[in-house]
Design a protein around this ligand. Structure first.
Ligand code: PMP
Length: 559
Protein backbone atom coordinates (compact mmCIF):
# COMPACT_ATOMS: atom_id res chain seq x y z
CA UNK A 1 0.00 0.00 0.00
CA UNK A 2 1.24 3.53 -0.81
CA UNK A 3 2.59 5.92 1.78
CA UNK A 4 -0.18 7.94 3.41
CA UNK A 5 -0.55 11.39 1.84
CA UNK A 6 -2.64 13.75 3.93
CA UNK A 7 -3.21 16.20 1.09
CA UNK A 8 -4.90 13.45 -0.94
CA UNK A 9 -6.87 12.16 2.03
CA UNK A 10 -8.10 15.65 2.94
CA UNK A 11 -9.49 16.29 -0.52
CA UNK A 12 -12.20 13.71 0.11
CA UNK A 13 -13.83 15.95 2.76
CA UNK A 14 -15.82 18.80 1.21
CA UNK A 15 -16.23 20.77 4.43
CA UNK A 16 -12.52 20.98 5.12
CA UNK A 17 -11.81 23.61 2.50
CA UNK A 18 -14.60 25.88 3.71
CA UNK A 19 -14.10 29.02 5.72
CA UNK A 20 -15.47 29.60 9.19
CA UNK A 21 -15.50 33.15 10.53
CA UNK A 22 -13.71 34.12 7.32
CA UNK A 23 -10.76 31.88 8.16
CA UNK A 24 -9.92 28.49 6.69
CA UNK A 25 -11.55 25.89 8.92
CA UNK A 26 -9.21 24.02 11.25
CA UNK A 27 -11.37 21.20 12.55
CA UNK A 28 -9.96 19.84 15.81
CA UNK A 29 -13.21 18.49 17.27
CA UNK A 30 -13.08 14.98 15.87
CA UNK A 31 -13.71 13.36 19.24
CA UNK A 32 -17.20 14.87 19.11
CA UNK A 33 -17.81 13.90 15.49
CA UNK A 34 -15.69 13.55 12.37
CA UNK A 35 -16.29 15.23 9.02
CA UNK A 36 -17.77 13.12 6.23
CA UNK A 37 -16.03 12.20 2.99
CA UNK A 38 -17.86 12.84 -0.29
CA UNK A 39 -18.38 9.11 -0.85
CA UNK A 40 -20.37 8.78 2.40
CA UNK A 41 -22.51 11.82 1.60
CA UNK A 42 -23.04 10.53 -1.95
CA UNK A 43 -23.98 7.05 -0.74
CA UNK A 44 -26.69 8.39 1.54
CA UNK A 45 -28.03 10.56 -1.29
CA UNK A 46 -27.85 7.60 -3.67
CA UNK A 47 -30.02 5.48 -1.39
CA UNK A 48 -32.76 8.10 -1.37
CA UNK A 49 -32.40 8.95 -5.06
CA UNK A 50 -32.05 5.47 -6.49
CA UNK A 51 -33.41 2.70 -4.31
CA UNK A 52 -35.25 4.11 -1.33
CA UNK A 53 -37.61 1.51 0.14
CA UNK A 54 -38.14 0.10 3.58
CA UNK A 55 -35.96 -2.90 4.40
CA UNK A 56 -37.03 -6.47 5.19
CA UNK A 57 -40.70 -5.81 4.45
CA UNK A 58 -41.92 -5.67 0.92
CA UNK A 59 -41.46 -8.19 -1.86
CA UNK A 60 -40.72 -5.54 -4.48
CA UNK A 61 -37.43 -4.90 -6.24
CA UNK A 62 -36.50 -1.64 -4.52
CA UNK A 63 -37.02 -3.12 -1.08
CA UNK A 64 -34.93 -6.14 -2.03
CA UNK A 65 -32.13 -3.85 -3.19
CA UNK A 66 -32.26 -1.72 -0.03
CA UNK A 67 -32.38 -4.85 2.15
CA UNK A 68 -29.43 -6.40 0.44
CA UNK A 69 -27.31 -3.21 0.79
CA UNK A 70 -28.42 -2.96 4.43
CA UNK A 71 -27.41 -6.55 5.20
CA UNK A 72 -24.15 -6.20 3.24
CA UNK A 73 -23.32 -3.33 5.60
CA UNK A 74 -23.70 -5.74 8.51
CA UNK A 75 -21.14 -8.03 6.89
CA UNK A 76 -18.82 -5.04 6.41
CA UNK A 77 -19.05 -4.25 10.14
CA UNK A 78 -18.61 -7.91 11.11
CA UNK A 79 -15.33 -7.95 9.16
CA UNK A 80 -14.26 -4.57 10.51
CA UNK A 81 -14.59 -5.67 14.13
CA UNK A 82 -13.79 -9.35 13.47
CA UNK A 83 -16.90 -10.69 15.15
CA UNK A 84 -17.33 -14.46 15.01
CA UNK A 85 -20.98 -14.41 13.94
CA UNK A 86 -22.91 -12.01 11.73
CA UNK A 87 -25.92 -11.98 14.06
CA UNK A 88 -23.71 -10.57 16.82
CA UNK A 89 -23.84 -7.21 15.03
CA UNK A 90 -26.90 -5.21 16.08
CA UNK A 91 -27.73 -1.82 14.55
CA UNK A 92 -28.43 0.97 17.02
CA UNK A 93 -28.59 4.74 16.75
CA UNK A 94 -25.19 5.10 18.45
CA UNK A 95 -23.03 4.26 21.45
CA UNK A 96 -25.54 5.75 23.87
CA UNK A 97 -28.37 3.62 22.50
CA UNK A 98 -26.19 0.49 22.70
CA UNK A 99 -25.41 1.00 26.37
CA UNK A 100 -29.05 1.73 27.18
CA UNK A 101 -30.04 -1.47 25.38
CA UNK A 102 -27.64 -3.59 27.46
CA UNK A 103 -28.61 -1.87 30.72
CA UNK A 104 -32.35 -2.20 30.12
CA UNK A 105 -32.27 -5.70 28.67
CA UNK A 106 -29.41 -7.63 30.32
CA UNK A 107 -29.46 -5.44 33.43
CA UNK A 108 -33.20 -5.64 33.89
CA UNK A 109 -33.19 -9.41 33.48
CA UNK A 110 -30.16 -10.25 35.60
CA UNK A 111 -29.47 -7.64 38.27
CA UNK A 112 -30.50 -8.38 41.86
CA UNK A 113 -30.58 -6.03 44.85
CA UNK A 114 -27.04 -5.53 46.18
CA UNK A 115 -25.35 -6.55 42.90
CA UNK A 116 -22.48 -4.33 41.87
CA UNK A 117 -21.77 -2.48 38.65
CA UNK A 118 -18.20 -1.26 38.12
CA UNK A 119 -17.62 1.91 36.12
CA UNK A 120 -14.61 4.23 36.09
CA UNK A 121 -14.18 7.90 36.95
CA UNK A 122 -13.33 8.63 33.31
CA UNK A 123 -16.64 7.57 31.76
CA UNK A 124 -18.73 9.60 29.35
CA UNK A 125 -22.22 10.35 30.69
CA UNK A 126 -23.50 7.78 28.15
CA UNK A 127 -21.72 5.11 30.19
CA UNK A 128 -22.91 6.36 33.57
CA UNK A 129 -26.51 7.50 33.40
CA UNK A 130 -28.02 4.31 31.85
CA UNK A 131 -26.38 2.31 34.66
CA UNK A 132 -27.65 4.70 37.32
CA UNK A 133 -31.17 4.33 35.92
CA UNK A 134 -31.16 0.53 35.99
CA UNK A 135 -29.25 0.37 39.31
CA UNK A 136 -31.94 2.46 40.95
CA UNK A 137 -34.70 0.27 39.56
CA UNK A 138 -33.04 -2.98 40.60
CA UNK A 139 -31.38 -1.93 43.86
CA UNK A 140 -27.90 -2.48 42.43
CA UNK A 141 -24.83 -0.52 43.55
CA UNK A 142 -22.42 1.41 41.35
CA UNK A 143 -18.74 1.34 42.29
CA UNK A 144 -16.23 3.58 40.60
CA UNK A 145 -12.74 2.45 39.59
CA UNK A 146 -9.95 4.95 40.33
CA UNK A 147 -7.46 6.22 37.75
CA UNK A 148 -3.68 6.47 37.71
CA UNK A 149 -1.98 9.87 37.39
CA UNK A 150 -1.76 9.23 33.67
CA UNK A 151 -5.55 8.96 33.56
CA UNK A 152 -6.17 5.27 32.86
CA UNK A 153 -8.01 2.80 35.09
CA UNK A 154 -5.56 1.75 37.79
CA UNK A 155 -4.82 -1.96 37.21
CA UNK A 156 -3.12 -2.30 40.56
CA UNK A 157 -6.28 -1.44 42.45
CA UNK A 158 -8.68 -3.61 40.43
CA UNK A 159 -8.56 -6.52 42.90
CA UNK A 160 -10.05 -4.29 45.59
CA UNK A 161 -13.15 -3.64 43.51
CA UNK A 162 -14.06 -7.08 42.14
CA UNK A 163 -15.97 -9.56 44.26
CA UNK A 164 -18.74 -12.16 43.88
CA UNK A 165 -21.36 -9.43 43.72
CA UNK A 166 -19.75 -7.79 40.68
CA UNK A 167 -22.14 -8.38 37.78
CA UNK A 168 -21.20 -5.75 35.21
CA UNK A 169 -17.97 -3.90 34.36
CA UNK A 170 -18.58 -1.12 31.87
CA UNK A 171 -15.70 1.12 30.80
CA UNK A 172 -14.36 3.04 27.86
CA UNK A 173 -11.71 1.47 25.67
CA UNK A 174 -10.34 5.03 25.41
CA UNK A 175 -11.77 7.97 27.38
CA UNK A 176 -12.92 10.93 25.30
CA UNK A 177 -10.97 13.28 27.59
CA UNK A 178 -7.84 11.29 28.47
CA UNK A 179 -7.19 9.70 25.07
CA UNK A 180 -5.37 6.65 26.48
CA UNK A 181 -6.08 2.93 26.10
CA UNK A 182 -7.38 1.42 29.32
CA UNK A 183 -5.97 -1.93 30.58
CA UNK A 184 -8.77 -3.72 28.79
CA UNK A 185 -7.27 -7.26 28.72
CA UNK A 186 -6.67 -7.29 32.46
CA UNK A 187 -10.16 -5.97 33.24
CA UNK A 188 -11.81 -8.53 30.96
CA UNK A 189 -9.82 -11.41 32.47
CA UNK A 190 -10.70 -10.34 36.03
CA UNK A 191 -14.36 -9.97 35.08
CA UNK A 192 -14.33 -13.50 33.69
CA UNK A 193 -12.89 -14.78 36.96
CA UNK A 194 -15.82 -13.25 38.84
CA UNK A 195 -18.39 -14.16 36.14
CA UNK A 196 -19.23 -10.51 35.53
CA UNK A 197 -20.11 -9.28 32.05
CA UNK A 198 -17.91 -6.71 30.31
CA UNK A 199 -19.29 -3.77 28.34
CA UNK A 200 -16.71 -1.76 26.39
CA UNK A 201 -17.54 1.75 25.22
CA UNK A 202 -15.59 1.92 21.98
CA UNK A 203 -16.83 5.34 20.84
CA UNK A 204 -13.33 6.85 20.78
CA UNK A 205 -11.41 3.71 19.90
CA UNK A 206 -13.35 2.61 16.80
CA UNK A 207 -11.73 5.16 14.47
CA UNK A 208 -8.18 4.65 15.69
CA UNK A 209 -7.60 1.02 16.72
CA UNK A 210 -7.95 -2.20 14.75
CA UNK A 211 -10.71 -4.05 16.55
CA UNK A 212 -10.92 -7.78 17.00
CA UNK A 213 -13.90 -8.98 19.02
CA UNK A 214 -12.76 -12.58 19.04
CA UNK A 215 -9.36 -11.88 20.56
CA UNK A 216 -10.62 -9.07 22.81
CA UNK A 217 -13.16 -11.50 24.25
CA UNK A 218 -15.41 -8.87 25.82
CA UNK A 219 -19.13 -9.57 26.15
CA UNK A 220 -20.37 -6.33 24.58
CA UNK A 221 -18.71 -3.59 22.54
CA UNK A 222 -20.53 -0.44 21.42
CA UNK A 223 -19.57 2.36 19.03
CA UNK A 224 -20.93 5.10 16.74
CA UNK A 225 -20.53 5.52 12.98
CA UNK A 226 -20.24 9.29 13.16
CA UNK A 227 -16.88 9.10 14.95
CA UNK A 228 -15.39 7.22 12.00
CA UNK A 229 -16.34 9.41 9.00
CA UNK A 230 -19.80 7.80 8.88
CA UNK A 231 -23.25 9.33 9.27
CA UNK A 232 -24.93 10.36 12.52
CA UNK A 233 -27.72 8.26 13.98
CA UNK A 234 -26.04 4.90 13.32
CA UNK A 235 -24.22 2.75 15.80
CA UNK A 236 -23.28 -0.84 16.50
CA UNK A 237 -23.83 -3.07 19.45
CA UNK A 238 -21.64 -6.14 19.29
CA UNK A 239 -22.66 -8.82 21.78
CA UNK A 240 -21.64 -12.41 22.33
CA UNK A 241 -24.28 -14.62 20.71
CA UNK A 242 -25.09 -16.71 23.81
CA UNK A 243 -25.73 -13.55 25.84
CA UNK A 244 -27.81 -11.84 23.16
CA UNK A 245 -29.88 -14.97 22.66
CA UNK A 246 -30.71 -15.14 26.35
CA UNK A 247 -31.62 -11.43 26.60
CA UNK A 248 -35.19 -10.14 26.26
CA UNK A 249 -35.89 -7.55 23.54
CA UNK A 250 -35.37 -3.97 24.61
CA UNK A 251 -38.03 -2.39 22.43
CA UNK A 252 -41.08 -3.95 20.84
CA UNK A 253 -42.64 -3.21 17.45
CA UNK A 254 -42.36 -4.13 13.81
CA UNK A 255 -39.24 -5.90 12.46
CA UNK A 256 -38.44 -7.68 15.73
CA UNK A 257 -41.27 -10.24 15.79
CA UNK A 258 -41.94 -13.65 14.31
CA UNK A 259 -45.70 -13.50 14.91
CA UNK A 260 -48.06 -11.22 16.76
CA UNK A 261 -51.43 -12.13 18.16
CA UNK A 262 -53.50 -10.94 21.08
CA UNK A 263 -52.94 -14.40 22.50
CA UNK A 264 -49.21 -13.81 22.54
CA UNK A 265 -46.27 -12.64 20.47
CA UNK A 266 -43.11 -14.46 19.50
CA UNK A 267 -39.88 -12.65 18.79
CA UNK A 268 -37.62 -12.90 15.78
CA UNK A 269 -34.14 -14.39 15.94
CA UNK A 270 -30.92 -12.40 16.28
CA UNK A 271 -30.07 -9.73 15.26
CA UNK A 272 -33.61 -8.59 14.38
CA UNK A 273 -34.94 -9.20 17.90
CA UNK A 274 -33.13 -6.00 18.92
CA UNK A 275 -33.97 -3.93 15.87
CA UNK A 276 -37.57 -2.81 16.36
CA UNK A 277 -39.02 -0.36 13.86
CA UNK A 278 -37.66 1.08 10.61
CA UNK A 279 -33.91 1.33 10.95
CA UNK A 280 -31.79 4.16 9.62
CA UNK A 281 -31.04 2.06 6.56
CA UNK A 282 -29.71 4.95 4.45
CA UNK A 283 -27.31 5.76 7.28
CA UNK A 284 -26.32 2.12 7.73
CA UNK A 285 -25.56 1.78 4.01
CA UNK A 286 -23.56 5.02 4.10
CA UNK A 287 -21.72 3.69 7.16
CA UNK A 288 -20.55 0.72 5.10
CA UNK A 289 -19.21 3.25 2.59
CA UNK A 290 -17.24 4.95 5.39
CA UNK A 291 -15.70 1.62 6.44
CA UNK A 292 -14.73 0.86 2.84
CA UNK A 293 -13.28 4.36 2.63
CA UNK A 294 -11.15 3.76 5.76
CA UNK A 295 -10.08 0.34 4.46
CA UNK A 296 -9.04 1.81 1.12
CA UNK A 297 -6.40 3.89 2.95
CA UNK A 298 -5.79 1.34 5.70
CA UNK A 299 -6.80 2.02 9.31
CA UNK A 300 -3.24 1.29 10.45
CA UNK A 301 -1.82 3.84 7.99
CA UNK A 302 -4.29 6.48 9.18
CA UNK A 303 -3.47 5.69 12.81
CA UNK A 304 0.29 5.88 12.19
CA UNK A 305 -0.09 9.33 10.69
CA UNK A 306 -2.34 10.43 13.57
CA UNK A 307 0.35 9.23 15.99
CA UNK A 308 2.98 11.46 14.40
CA UNK A 309 0.61 14.43 14.40
CA UNK A 310 -0.43 13.82 18.01
CA UNK A 311 3.19 13.64 19.15
CA UNK A 312 3.95 16.89 17.31
CA UNK A 313 0.95 18.71 18.76
CA UNK A 314 1.54 17.37 22.27
CA UNK A 315 5.20 18.41 22.22
CA UNK A 316 4.34 21.89 20.96
CA UNK A 317 1.81 22.25 23.76
CA UNK A 318 4.35 21.13 26.38
CA UNK A 319 6.47 24.12 25.32
CA UNK A 320 3.76 26.60 26.37
CA UNK A 321 4.41 27.41 30.00
CA UNK A 322 0.84 28.02 31.09
CA UNK A 323 -0.56 24.84 29.51
CA UNK A 324 -1.40 22.12 32.03
CA UNK A 325 -2.41 18.66 30.77
CA UNK A 326 -5.29 16.97 32.55
CA UNK A 327 -3.27 13.74 32.87
CA UNK A 328 0.42 12.87 32.75
CA UNK A 329 2.05 11.74 29.51
CA UNK A 330 1.29 11.78 25.80
CA UNK A 331 -2.11 10.35 24.87
CA UNK A 332 -2.37 7.16 22.77
CA UNK A 333 -4.71 8.73 20.20
CA UNK A 334 -5.11 12.33 19.06
CA UNK A 335 -7.21 13.40 22.04
CA UNK A 336 -5.24 15.99 24.02
CA UNK A 337 -6.93 17.76 26.94
CA UNK A 338 -5.48 20.64 28.88
CA UNK A 339 -6.18 23.84 30.75
CA UNK A 340 -4.40 27.17 30.49
CA UNK A 341 -3.44 28.63 33.84
CA UNK A 342 -5.13 31.99 34.34
CA UNK A 343 -7.55 31.61 31.40
CA UNK A 344 -11.03 30.13 31.27
CA UNK A 345 -11.33 27.20 28.86
CA UNK A 346 -14.35 28.78 27.12
CA UNK A 347 -12.40 32.00 26.55
CA UNK A 348 -9.62 30.08 24.86
CA UNK A 349 -12.07 28.06 22.75
CA UNK A 350 -14.05 31.08 21.61
CA UNK A 351 -10.83 33.01 20.88
CA UNK A 352 -9.65 30.12 18.71
CA UNK A 353 -13.07 29.87 17.08
CA UNK A 354 -12.72 33.48 15.96
CA UNK A 355 -9.65 32.23 14.04
CA UNK A 356 -11.58 29.39 12.41
CA UNK A 357 -10.24 26.76 14.82
CA UNK A 358 -12.98 24.41 16.06
CA UNK A 359 -12.23 22.59 19.27
CA UNK A 360 -14.13 21.65 22.36
CA UNK A 361 -14.11 23.22 25.81
CA UNK A 362 -16.14 22.42 28.90
CA UNK A 363 -16.88 19.17 30.68
CA UNK A 364 -16.96 16.96 27.55
CA UNK A 365 -19.96 15.02 28.89
CA UNK A 366 -17.70 13.73 31.64
CA UNK A 367 -18.70 15.81 34.65
CA UNK A 368 -17.66 13.14 37.20
CA UNK A 369 -14.19 13.08 35.60
CA UNK A 370 -13.94 16.87 35.89
CA UNK A 371 -14.87 16.57 39.56
CA UNK A 372 -12.27 13.79 40.03
CA UNK A 373 -9.59 15.93 38.39
CA UNK A 374 -10.80 19.00 40.34
CA UNK A 375 -11.42 20.95 37.15
CA UNK A 376 -14.41 23.02 36.10
CA UNK A 377 -13.67 22.06 32.51
CA UNK A 378 -10.83 21.80 30.02
CA UNK A 379 -9.91 22.35 26.39
CA UNK A 380 -9.73 19.34 24.09
CA UNK A 381 -7.93 19.10 20.78
CA UNK A 382 -9.04 15.95 18.98
CA UNK A 383 -7.29 15.10 15.74
CA UNK A 384 -8.15 13.00 12.72
CA UNK A 385 -6.04 11.78 9.81
CA UNK A 386 -7.10 14.76 7.65
CA UNK A 387 -5.51 17.27 10.04
CA UNK A 388 -2.11 18.63 9.10
CA UNK A 389 1.12 19.73 10.75
CA UNK A 390 0.58 23.27 9.49
CA UNK A 391 -2.87 23.33 11.12
CA UNK A 392 -1.19 22.38 14.40
CA UNK A 393 1.36 25.20 13.90
CA UNK A 394 -1.45 27.69 13.23
CA UNK A 395 -3.34 26.52 16.30
CA UNK A 396 -0.23 26.79 18.52
CA UNK A 397 0.52 30.28 17.19
CA UNK A 398 -3.05 31.49 17.87
CA UNK A 399 -3.14 29.82 21.27
CA UNK A 400 0.08 31.60 22.28
CA UNK A 401 -1.30 34.94 21.09
CA UNK A 402 -4.53 34.38 22.99
CA UNK A 403 -2.68 33.52 26.17
CA UNK A 404 -0.61 36.69 25.82
CA UNK A 405 -3.70 38.80 25.22
CA UNK A 406 -5.58 37.50 28.25
CA UNK A 407 -3.06 38.94 30.64
CA UNK A 408 -4.34 41.94 32.51
CA UNK A 409 -2.15 44.42 30.64
CA UNK A 410 -4.26 47.61 30.33
CA UNK A 411 -2.56 48.41 26.99
CA UNK A 412 -4.54 45.54 25.53
CA UNK A 413 -7.80 47.17 26.47
CA UNK A 414 -8.94 49.35 23.60
CA UNK A 415 -12.45 49.80 24.88
CA UNK A 416 -12.27 51.02 28.45
CA UNK A 417 -15.48 52.95 28.93
CA UNK A 418 -17.78 51.38 31.48
CA UNK A 419 -21.21 50.80 30.08
CA UNK A 420 -22.98 49.56 33.17
CA UNK A 421 -23.48 52.98 34.74
CA UNK A 422 -26.68 54.69 35.76
CA UNK A 423 -27.78 56.00 32.36
CA UNK A 424 -30.94 55.31 30.42
CA UNK A 425 -31.07 51.74 29.19
CA UNK A 426 -31.93 52.77 25.65
CA UNK A 427 -28.85 55.05 25.39
CA UNK A 428 -26.61 52.17 26.35
CA UNK A 429 -28.39 49.79 24.05
CA UNK A 430 -28.09 52.13 21.05
CA UNK A 431 -24.47 52.84 21.86
CA UNK A 432 -23.77 49.13 21.95
CA UNK A 433 -25.48 48.56 18.60
CA UNK A 434 -23.52 51.42 17.00
CA UNK A 435 -20.28 50.11 18.47
CA UNK A 436 -20.83 46.63 17.05
CA UNK A 437 -22.06 47.88 13.71
CA UNK A 438 -18.72 49.59 13.15
CA UNK A 439 -16.95 46.28 13.51
CA UNK A 440 -16.32 43.98 10.59
CA UNK A 441 -16.44 40.21 10.91
CA UNK A 442 -16.65 37.87 13.85
CA UNK A 443 -12.99 38.21 14.77
CA UNK A 444 -13.26 41.91 15.68
CA UNK A 445 -16.68 41.38 17.30
CA UNK A 446 -15.24 38.57 19.38
CA UNK A 447 -12.31 40.77 20.44
CA UNK A 448 -14.78 43.48 21.44
CA UNK A 449 -16.77 41.03 23.57
CA UNK A 450 -13.58 39.97 25.35
CA UNK A 451 -12.59 43.59 25.95
CA UNK A 452 -16.05 44.38 27.27
CA UNK A 453 -15.61 41.45 29.64
CA UNK A 454 -12.61 43.20 31.13
CA UNK A 455 -14.64 46.34 31.87
CA UNK A 456 -17.18 44.57 34.06
CA UNK A 457 -16.63 45.21 37.76
CA UNK A 458 -16.04 42.08 39.79
CA UNK A 459 -19.06 41.19 41.91
CA UNK A 460 -18.63 40.88 45.67
CA UNK A 461 -17.68 37.22 46.39
CA UNK A 462 -20.48 36.99 48.99
CA UNK A 463 -23.02 37.71 46.26
CA UNK A 464 -21.72 34.83 44.12
CA UNK A 465 -23.87 32.19 45.77
CA UNK A 466 -26.58 29.67 44.97
CA UNK A 467 -29.27 32.34 44.81
CA UNK A 468 -27.43 34.43 42.24
CA UNK A 469 -26.13 31.42 40.27
CA UNK A 470 -27.38 31.34 36.69
CA UNK A 471 -28.69 27.85 35.93
CA UNK A 472 -28.08 26.51 32.44
CA UNK A 473 -24.94 28.51 31.76
CA UNK A 474 -21.98 26.17 31.13
CA UNK A 475 -19.54 28.52 32.87
CA UNK A 476 -20.00 29.64 36.46
CA UNK A 477 -22.06 32.81 36.26
CA UNK A 478 -24.00 34.88 38.79
CA UNK A 479 -26.55 37.65 38.53
CA UNK A 480 -27.94 39.75 41.31
CA UNK A 481 -30.70 42.36 40.90
CA UNK A 482 -32.13 45.18 42.98
CA UNK A 483 -35.01 47.58 42.36
CA UNK A 484 -35.05 51.33 43.16
CA UNK A 485 -38.18 53.17 44.43
CA UNK A 486 -39.05 54.12 40.81
CA UNK A 487 -39.31 50.41 40.03
CA UNK A 488 -36.14 50.32 37.87
CA UNK A 489 -33.83 47.36 38.12
CA UNK A 490 -30.12 47.47 38.64
CA UNK A 491 -28.23 44.26 37.97
CA UNK A 492 -24.79 43.14 38.95
CA UNK A 493 -23.23 40.07 37.46
CA UNK A 494 -20.03 38.11 37.16
CA UNK A 495 -18.63 34.98 35.59
CA UNK A 496 -15.36 33.09 35.54
CA UNK A 497 -15.36 33.14 31.71
CA UNK A 498 -14.36 36.42 30.04
CA UNK A 499 -16.57 35.76 27.04
CA UNK A 500 -19.59 35.42 29.33
CA UNK A 501 -18.57 38.58 31.19
CA UNK A 502 -18.47 40.38 27.83
CA UNK A 503 -21.88 39.04 26.86
CA UNK A 504 -23.18 40.14 30.27
CA UNK A 505 -22.04 43.71 29.62
CA UNK A 506 -23.86 43.63 26.27
CA UNK A 507 -27.02 42.22 27.83
CA UNK A 508 -26.97 44.65 30.75
CA UNK A 509 -26.50 47.57 28.36
CA UNK A 510 -30.06 46.81 27.31
CA UNK A 511 -31.64 45.67 30.56
CA UNK A 512 -30.01 48.01 33.10
CA UNK A 513 -32.49 50.51 34.59
CA UNK A 514 -35.55 48.96 32.96
CA UNK A 515 -38.80 48.42 34.81
CA UNK A 516 -40.11 44.89 35.13
CA UNK A 517 -42.65 45.53 32.38
CA UNK A 518 -39.93 46.79 30.01
CA UNK A 519 -37.79 43.78 30.86
CA UNK A 520 -40.56 41.33 30.06
CA UNK A 521 -41.37 43.07 26.78
CA UNK A 522 -37.79 43.49 25.56
CA UNK A 523 -36.95 41.52 22.41
CA UNK A 524 -33.45 40.26 23.11
CA UNK A 525 -33.34 38.22 19.88
CA UNK A 526 -33.82 41.37 17.80
CA UNK A 527 -31.16 43.13 19.91
CA UNK A 528 -28.60 40.36 19.30
CA UNK A 529 -29.50 40.36 15.60
CA UNK A 530 -28.86 44.09 15.44
CA UNK A 531 -25.52 43.60 17.13
CA UNK A 532 -24.66 41.07 14.42
CA UNK A 533 -23.98 38.37 17.01
CA UNK A 534 -26.77 35.80 16.69
CA UNK A 535 -25.26 33.78 13.87
CA UNK A 536 -21.78 33.75 15.40
CA UNK A 537 -22.42 32.52 18.90
CA UNK A 538 -21.83 28.81 19.48
CA UNK A 539 -24.74 26.75 20.86
CA UNK A 540 -23.24 26.82 24.35
CA UNK A 541 -22.76 30.63 24.20
CA UNK A 542 -26.32 31.04 22.93
CA UNK A 543 -27.50 28.91 25.85
CA UNK A 544 -25.47 31.13 28.15
CA UNK A 545 -27.16 34.26 26.75
CA UNK A 546 -30.56 32.60 27.10
CA UNK A 547 -29.84 31.63 30.69
CA UNK A 548 -28.74 35.17 31.63
CA UNK A 549 -31.84 36.71 30.05
CA UNK A 550 -34.08 34.13 31.73
CA UNK A 551 -32.54 34.93 35.10
CA UNK A 552 -33.12 38.68 34.50
CA UNK A 553 -36.75 37.98 33.57
CA UNK A 554 -37.23 35.77 36.61
CA UNK A 555 -35.84 38.48 38.91
CA UNK A 556 -38.05 41.07 37.22
CA UNK A 557 -41.12 39.09 38.21
CA UNK A 558 -39.92 38.32 41.74
CA UNK A 559 -37.89 41.17 43.25
N1 PMP B 1 -18.73 7.37 24.96
C1 PMP B 1 -17.67 8.09 24.59
C2 PMP B 1 -16.31 7.75 25.14
C3 PMP B 1 -17.84 9.14 23.69
O1 PMP B 1 -16.78 9.87 23.31
C4 PMP B 1 -19.13 9.41 23.19
C5 PMP B 1 -19.37 10.56 22.23
N2 PMP B 1 -18.77 11.75 22.61
C6 PMP B 1 -20.20 8.61 23.60
C7 PMP B 1 -19.96 7.60 24.50
C8 PMP B 1 -21.59 8.84 23.10
O2 PMP B 1 -21.65 8.59 21.74
P1 PMP B 1 -22.99 8.93 20.91
O3 PMP B 1 -23.34 10.33 21.26
O4 PMP B 1 -22.58 8.76 19.49
O5 PMP B 1 -24.04 7.97 21.34
Amino acid sequence: MNKFDVSIFRKHFPLLDKKVNNRPLVYFDNGATTQKPAVVIATEVEVYEKFNANVHRASHTLSAKATSAFEDARIEVQRFIKAKHLDEVIWTSGTTAGINLIAQSWGHENLQPGDEILLSHAEHHANIVPWQMIAEKKGAIIKVLPLTSSGVIDENLLDNYFNVKTKIVSFSHISNVIGKVNPIKRIISLAKKYKAITVVDGAQACAHLSLNMESLDCDFYVFSAHKMFGPTGVGVLYGRRELLEAMPPYQGGGEMIKSVSFNGTTFDKLPFKFEAGTPNYAGVIAFAASIKFINSFGLVKLAEYEQQLTKYCYEKLTQIKLVEFVAEGKPDIGVISFTVRGSHNHDIASGLDANGIALRSGHHCAMPLMEYLKLTGCIRVSLAAYNTFSEVDFFIEKLKLLIQSTDENPDNIIFTEKVTGQVSHSDNEMEMIERFNQLKGWDSRHREIMLLGKTLDRMDKNLCNNTSLIQGCESNAWLYGSKNPQGEFFFRCDSDAKVIRGLMVIILAAFQNMTSQQILMFDNHAYFDELGLTQHLSPSRNNGVKAIVEKIRMLATQV
